[in-house]
Design a protein around this ligand. Sequence first.
Ligand code: SAM
Length: 216
Amino acid sequence: MRYAIARRKMVEQQIRGRGISDPKVLAAMSEVPRHLFVEPALENQAYSDTPLPIGFRQTISQPYMVGFMTAALELGGEERVLEVGTGSGYQAAVLARIVRRVYTVERIPELARRARRLFDQLGLANINLKVSDGTIGWAAEAPFDAIIVTAGSPSVPQEYLQQLADGGRLVIPVGSREGQVLKRFVRKGDRWEEEDLLGCRFVPLVGQRGWQDGDN
Ligand code: SAM
């Protein structure tokens, strides 16, 4: 209850107010208690217009970015979605309110453990989480109707394109460590239509097809 007003304001001002009109996205972000996904000391900033640290040099993304990326996936409600970069679990929880099933991958075990605990606490039973290198996707569960990558990649791993169902959408930040372009790919048979959506800055996607830990 304590945060209900802040959450409503966040959705009205930062999400709807900046042009995101998909009612499923607005409803999901109105429902998910974002303050549970941040460190207790930062709880009173959870609905601010900014990313926040979650430990291990990682972040929970700015609410607008979560709304924008979710809307860019053009979800109808029946999809199976892969998320790479569980982080706090907030984006996965928003997706889980919209789609049939979410598969989310995190490389840092402690972040995955915390996220899993929150999914249980919130009764989000349609999320499968694993600790792994998400740069190679999740072949055993492919194809996916949508794939969302919430860390910045130096290039587009071919695995993501291959693990998309026909008509499926991939949203991924691609660029340098300092800044990326958020790209969307739509699979049309053996073709992928590519579109640049906006400039962004994410923490690095680290792994086999991403950055090596010490890369510049
Ligand atoms: N979606 C998250 C949320 O809602 O809190 C924010 C994600 S944070 C910006 C990026 C996350 O991607 C970090 O938790 C990081 O550990 C993770 N990550 C980076 N490389 C990864 C990889 N190869 N596989 C899985 N997760 C990865």
